[in-house]
Design a protein. Structure first.
Length: 455
């Protein structure tokens, strides 16, 4: 029997094993590469599309967000915030998916299509941001759009698409200042001796005021009309107060000039002061139109004491108040000067509508109607407290021109516009005469102060 060398046998086996390993390696090399399934490619394309769309939509939300902040009638703030959250969620989820599925090392960072798409998104972003800046950051463009829109009934709604009532009202009042009031009001108003219960009726308005057979301390008149050069109907109420000494200023118990200040609704102030009539008075610091009404603009004087003196609101007018002779004083002076000149109760607002019998708003320069409030006094001392509802089905509102005209018709010798819009309120013995409208929240606004009539 032949004998085999064990070393030779071992070497042979090693050669065979090596051949098997080489063959296996060749098979691995020649094996076709696994390709990404078509379904996976479709998913990647879909997620890419969703990612790009979410970026596009987030850019689009920039002007919508500014419109919502400015209380545009086109879109509300909650809707914008909901869309923002949804689009951000879509962006994050699609971005995470693409990051996990795409091998960025084996692919170029940007294909030609990707570069074009990036360029288009960048251009769209610049277009949207520059347009938003022009609408809300550039005062010249804003004033131009509002003034042009308000000058025509046909295009008036355009202003409400982009800006809130307060901004439109501010621009409109500035326009009136430029056209009608080019000088400051230098002299304190003058009065003849008070002549209560004047018996003669020169016209229907005089009769409405002076007819008081029961010798009541006040009466309420319903006011209606149509805004000149429009079809807008307005409706409101006027409180006729026969004794001006009964007109006082009530203030919120939380009125102040810092973050701890807070306003109160008119019923609370009226009940505390035992008032039979209450009407909103001066305006207040209201960032984003969501404040609690505790910080009044300009000086506030009560019982001859300067209570607060926060910065003046950038509008026409000045001191609106009563002195110790119970005369309505309209004068563009500081709070300290007003106290020295014997002002008993006062707020700071405007514009002034009538000064010493001269109507300051001589023509209709804007057809923008809004809820308005005004206070006036006749030469016989009778005080007129006027509130007109606005932006509601029964009453579109008034312009400054209409407010001045109404006051003039009812014999006001001096009259001034007070804070309007959502603050406009006239309250009598436990109930509102008008319908205060606070926009989306449908609530009664808290205010820093109010004109009241006491027994």
């Amino acid at each position: 029997m032949a004998k085999f060398d064990p070393e030779v046998i071992g070497a042979t086996r090693e050669i065979k094993d090596l051949k098997k390993e080489i063959l296996a390696e060749k098979q691995k090399i020649n094996r076709p590469r696994k390709r990404t399934p078509k379904k996976e490619k479709k998913k990647v394309k879909l997620m890419t599309f969703l990612f790009v769309c979410s970026v596009f939509l987030l850019i689009t939300l920039i002007p919508l967000y500014m419109m919502a902040l400015n209380k545009s009638i086109l879109i509300s703030f909650p809707v914008v915030m909901t869309l923002l959250v949804l689009f951000l969620l879509l962006l994050v989820l699609s971005g995470i998916y693409l990051f996990l599925k795409i091998d960025f090392k084996k692919k170029k960072a940007f294909t030609r299509k990707g570069k074009v798409l990036l360029f288009l998104l960048l251009g769209y972003f610049l277009l949207i941001t520059s347009g938003t800046y022009l609408l809300y950051g550039n005062h010249m463009v804003k004033d131009f759009i509002i003034n042009k829109a308000l000058a025509s009934m046909k295009y008036q709604p355009i202003a409400s698409f982009f800006y809130d009532d307060k901004t439109i009202n501010e621009v409109a009042s500035t326009r009136i200042l430029e056209e009608e009031q080019n000088t400051l009001y230098e002299d304190i108003v003058s009065f003849d001796d008070l002549k209560l219960n004047q018996p003669s009726y020169a016209n229907q308005y005089e009769e409405a005021i002076l007819s008081n057979p029961n010798h009541d301390s006040y009466k309420i008149l319903k006011i209606e009309g149509v805004v000149e050069n429009t079809t807008y109907h307005y409706q409101g109420y006027m409180a006729v107060v026969y004794d001006p000494s009964k007109v006082k200023l009530a203030t919120s118990s939380g009125m102040g000039m810092d973050d701890t200040a807070y306003g109160e609704i008119i019923p609370v102030m009226a009940e505390r002061e035992k008032a039979i009539i209450a009407m909103n008075a001066g305006g207040f610091y209201d960032p984003d139109w969501r404040s609690n009404g505790g910080i009044p603009h300009g000086p506030v004087i009560k019982d001859g004491v300067l209570l607060t003196n926060f910065r003046k609101y950038p509008a026409n007018g000045g001191i609106i108040g009563f002195n110790y002779d119970n005369q309505l004083v309209l004068k563009n002076i500081t709070g300290e000067e007003a106290v020295l000149e014997g002002i008993r109760d006062a707020v700071d607002w405007g514009p002034y509508l009538i000064i010493n019998g001269i109507n300051q708003i001589k023509k209709q320069t804007s057809t923008y109607a809004l809820a308005r409030t005004a206070i006036g006094q006749r030469k016989d001392g009778i005080v007129l407290m006027l509130v007109i509802d606005g932006l509601q089905s029964h009453s579109k509102g008034c312009t400054f021109y209409e407010m001045a005209k109404i006051m003039e018709q009812y014999g006001a010798y001096n009259a001034a516009n007070l804070d309007g819009g959502t603050s406009a309120s006239l309250y009598e013995k436990g109930q509102f005469l008008n319908n205060p409208f606070n926009g989306e929240r449908r609530t009664i606004r808290r205010l820093p102060n109010a004109w009241i009539v006491v027994e």
